[in-house]
Ligand binder design. Structure first.
Ligand code: SAM
Length: 353
């Protein structure tokens, strides 16, 4: 098995059978070996820097009904909110003061934020913070709309593919959503010139080692600049409320694999990871992650952006807890840096954003 890890490190690709074999045959010892290799690769490209992204969860309205997600439209138990343009700008100002140079605007697919309103918002942020990166995570849109946001100043986009297996996609989503369209969106974003992030939930209901192998093959093909991998965590008001949480162990293993497959990838130690284990973030960094995304949303809204139960959003998961996070990273020999932290991998437009 160690041979497969060395092969992956050397060639940055494996076949579906090899990926499945590695995942199914993993042991504690193999994982330790993988993490050592992953850290070495990460240090070669990024040293011991950890990039920070200020996460602004600007709306929890969503027109979609994904079975796993707490902000799905059928969840009538949730109080809905959307931040005003002024509130969003105030989050950015606060974040800028704290040292953030990337703002991630994440939300449900909320029709109130029309193309015009979203473009105007991006333009305002870009004008006030020209030295900052603007990352969008607002779901599936038409190519022209993505282009308009890019032209207004957005330069990165996060859209997890969730699962690359058709049947599994059907199991996680209602009929009106399709894997084909999700993938098309990712390719469109890439072609426009965004730094693109994709990814999955680990341990989502029905997921098998073969599905994960397909996910890795898809990421191998897409060559995204960023990959978001976090455990699935059930939400009490969704159809998957009785399902099991994804494991820390498998999530970390996948972070290690992705680091070897995409050596220059930007990869967060996610909030979901630190929600399932108090040291999840540190372990994520030690497995190959190099990004953290503290919460910059107004405190009163954080719990309402409720994708899953018991979400962590205060203390070291919060932008105002940056000192705590910095100390935590120093404990394991890493350093929070204020740099924008752009992808080292070129975009379709040549990389200079
Ligand atoms: N609407 C946008 C989209 O579809 O990409 C962005 C918001 S969406 C809520 C962000 C991510 O949250 C999803 O891509 C999904 O992977 C993750 N997520 C949703 N429900 C989750 C759960 N129960 N456990 C872990 N992650 C979850």
């Amino acid at each position: 098995m160690k041979n497969l890890i060395l092969k992956l490190e050397k060639e940055q690709r494996l076949s579906k059978e090899e990926w499945t074999q590695l995942i199914e045959g993993r042991t504690k010892e193999l994982a330790e070996f993988l993490f050592e290799r992953a850290r070495e690769v990460r240090h070669a490209h990024y040293g011991r820097d950890v990039y920070i992204r200020g996460l602004i969860e600007f709306t929890n309205y969503c027109r979609n009904d994904c079975y796993y997600c707490g902000i799905r439209k059928s969840n009538s138990c949730l109080s809905r909110y959307r931040l005003t343009e002024e509130e969003i700008l105030s989050c950015c100002r606060n974040g800028y003061e704290l040292g953030f140079r990337t703002f991630v605007l994440q939300g449900g697919e909320d029709g109130w934020f029309t193309r015009e309103r979203t473009t105007a918002l991006i333009r305002r942020i870009h004008e006030e913070f020209p030295d900052c990166a603007i990352t969008l995570s607002v779901g599936e849109r038409e190519r022209e709309e993505y282009q308009e946001y890019f032209d207004a100043g957005a330069n990165r986009f996060l859209l997890r593919h969730e699962t690359a297996d058709e049947e599994h996609y059907r199991y996680l989503h209602p009929a009106e959503l399709s894997l084909k369209h999700r993938k098309e969106c990712l390719w469109n974003l890439r072609h426009i010139g965004y730094q693109v992030g994709s990814g999955i939930m680990v341990g989502s209901p029905g997921q098998t080692a073969e599905h994960l192998a397909e996910d890795l093959l898809f990421l191998q093909e897409l060559q995204p600049h960023m990959v978001g991998i976090g455990p699935f965590i059930p939400h009490k008001d969704t159809p998957f409320k009785e399902e099991k949480t994804g494991t820390l162990e498998l999530t970390l293993f996948l972070l290690g694999l992705v680091r070897l497959m995409l050596p220059k990838v930007l990869m967060p130690a996610t909030t979901a990871l630190s929600t399932i284990h108090p040291d999840g973030r540190k372990m994520g960094i030690l497995s190959g992650a190099n990004v953290v995304m503290p919460n910059l949303s107004p405190q009163e809204n954080r719990k309402l952006y409720s994708l899953y139960d018991h979400k962590r959003c205060m203390g070291d998961e919060a932008a105002e807890g940056l000192a705590m996070l910095r100390a935590e990273m120093e404990e394991i020999g890493y350093e929070i840096v204020s740099a924008r932290g752009d992808a080292l991998l070129e975009t379709e437009q040549g990389g200079k954003l």
